[in-house]
Ligand binder design. Structure first.
Ligand SMILES: Cc1ncc(C[n+]2csc(CCOP(=O)(O)OP(=O)(O)O)c2C)c(N)n1
Ligand SMILES: [Mg+2]
Length: 564
């Protein structure tokens, strides 16, 4: 295809390396061997770190963590045999709307269907986990398809894209064509656009909000991507509206803010579910209103009066019939609203705010003994409260799923708007490699991962990668010697009784992860008493090396399930 400015013949590898650098990519994550010449050109022409990992899935998770921490698309790669391992790693990013550019080697028309070693048709497997899934068949298409990849990954609700390069290792990068390494800097991070809402729609939504006596905001990952936290808190304060968040949107408001009721839904804080279910109007901002955020549409119940803001028109009203919908960027919409609010309307919500304060207090009273527990082995809620108190003000907190998501979603509080929070959208094992990617993207910020032992086992080999690239995250392992979240289900399957045979299905051998980490060259700290959590965190952060804090916790303690 004809593009303007083509006048110099260059090889694909040079153009690809220059363009990635031009988009501000600082790290790529991969298992070799793919785009070998591109990697050589990256080394010669750019400062891009080529992080060579122990598995394609963890490479994708690192790219995901990089993207969610920085807002810049994460780049990950695999040769043809590793392509589906990489695709598996895009699943969480797809669910979480994280911008990732995945590159793989793939089939050559000259040899396909001849039973080429290691080769299958991988492209269809990328369909369910990408927004764009294309093949780079001719070297001259590298520039326009890479631009389209950045454009697609970052616009609207962001997400992963896949480029399959011709050749099992993407050898198309060795060929020559007239190409320009043109980059569009706008698409180097999210959000590239802030679509303005229609004034009339803003007016209707704001009138409903101001009329309501018991409104509540439910803010999600879209508000996070938009960077709308400050405006959201300003609106909540001005109109005296409490705020709940999805797990993905947890860091749009500090948990310590008087108007914050916490995370609503399944991995949640009870007072958030109770508050949302007492509201007379729910204002959804940048949330898909999915099963996890609404506890399968029980909080709020379908039929609760609702208004919604989203950047994707198809999200508006998907699960809750709306009294008003506003299409646009969350921050832009909130700025518009702030420009025309009637602060006097806040007075009528005094009783509601008092009720919210009581719900917050009730929650704390109920869990105080767990949060402050001196028990040995340690109660996981105590880890959360120690992290709340001692997390640095500029920390990025990265949390796995299962009980890790439940403990931290419900019991941990961000104290400052400058702290970030990212969580697995459901895949066990995501957090540790995602934390390494976050640290690569934001080397000056402390990165603290919280994971269970089952979650940590998945990608434990990447401790060696962390040491090799000095990706100095701190990983706190809630080590109870099993996958506790599975316990309730297996007890049920065995007739309500905990049998030795049922335990075979969710318990592991007892391992000291601090020792393993030390053997791989990282800092390892074993914690067996609650009072040692804070000093361990302080010394792990001070070490400026990859660190694993192995916390011995009680295998009998289960996270509280959602209440509605
Ligand atoms: C890829 C994947 N496989 C399986 C699960 C199901 N699952 C959720 S939590 C869990 C066990 C978690 O154990 P651990 O990380 O040790 O945390 P704990 O519950 O013990 O605190 C499992 C198997 C999942 N979420 N993701
Ligand atoms: Mg466990």
């Amino acid at each position: 295809m004809a593009m303007v400015g083509h006048n110099t013949k260059r090889i694909g590898a040079e153009v690809l390396a220059d363009m990635l650098a031009g988009y501000g990519v600082t790290h790529v994550f991969m298992v070799p061997a793919v785009l070998r010449r591109t990697f050589a050109e990256m080394e010669r022409r750019t400062k891009i770190a080529r992080v060579h990992c122990h598995g394609e899935k963890s490479a994708a998770y690192m790219a995901d963590g990089y993207a969610r921490a920085s807002g810049k698309p994460g780049v990950c790669m695999a040769q043809v045999i590793g392509a589906l391992n990489l695709a598996a790693g895009l699943r969480d990013a797809y669910l979480a709307h994280s911008p990732i550019i995945a590159m793989t080697g793939g089939r050559d028309p000259k040899t396909k269907f001849r039973k080429v070693y290691q080769e299958i048709d991988d492209v269809p497997a990328f369909e369910p986990v990408t927004k764009m899934n294309v093949t780079v068949d001719d070297v001259s298409r590298i520039p326009d398809l890479l631009r389209q990849a950045f454009r697609t990954a970052t616009t609207g609700a962001p997400g992963p894209v896949h480029l399959q390069f011709r050749g099992n290792e993407g050898q198309v990068d060795l060929e020559e064509a007239e190409m320009d390494a043109l980059v569009e800097a706008q698409f180097a991070r999210v959000p590239p656009f802030r679509p303005e809402p229609e004034a009339a729609h803003v007016k209707v939504a704001l009138e409903l909000l101001q009329k309501a006596e018991r409104p509540i905001i439910v803010a999600g990952g879209g508000a996070r991507t938009s960077g709308a936290g400050r405006e959201l808190v300003a609106l909540a304060e001005a109109l005296q509206i409490p705020v709940a968040t999805s797990l993905n949107g947890k860091d749009v408001i500090p948990g310590t803010h008087a108007l914050c009721v916490g995370v609503v839904g399944s991995y949640s804080r009870e007072c958030a579910n109770l508050a949302v279910n007492r509201a007379d109007l729910v204002f959804f901002i940048g949330t898909e209103t999915g099963g996890m955020t609404t506890h399968f549409w029980a909080a709020p119940k379908i039929g609760t009066p609702a208004i919604q803001v989203d950047i994707e028109p198809e999200s508006l009203g998907r699960n809750y019939p709306l009294q008003a919908s506003v299409l646009g960027d969350a921050k832009s919409v909130l700025i518009r609203m702030l420009g025309q609010i009637d602060k006097a309307s806040a007075v009528k919500r005094a009783a509601w705010i008092k009720e919210i304060a009581a719900l917050r207090g009730d929650w704390y009273d109920k869990y105080k003994s767990a949060l402050e527990s001196d028990a040995v082995p340690i109660h996981p809620a105590r880890i959360c409260s120690e992290l709340t108190r001692h997390m640095p003000d500029d920390a990025i907190v990265v949390v796995d799923t299962g009980h890790a998501g439940m403990w931290m979603g419900g019991m941990y509080d961000l104290r400052a708007a400058t702290q970030s929070y990212m969580r697995s959208a459901g895949h066990l094992g995501w957090a540790f490699p995602a934390g390494l990617g976050a640290k690569a993207a934001c080397p000056d910020r402390p990165v603290v991962v919280f994971t269970g032992d089952a979650g940590f086992w998945y990608h434990i080999g990447e401790v060696e990668t962390a040491v090799r690239w000095n990706l100095a995250s701190v990983t706190v392992v809630n080590n109870n010697g099993g996958g506790n979240q599975s316990k309730r289900g297996f007890d049920r399957a065995y007739g309500g009784e905990q049998t030795a045979q049922a335990r075979e299905l969710w318990t592991y051998n007892k391992i000291n992860f601090a020792k393993l980490a030390e053997d791989m060259g990282a800092t390892g700290i074993r914690v067996e008493k609650p009072g040692d959590i804070a000093p361990a965190l302080a010394s792990a952060l001070a070490a400026k090396r990859p660190a694993v804090i192995d916390v011995a916790t009680d295998i009998e303690v289960l996270a509280p399930t959602a209440l509605v």
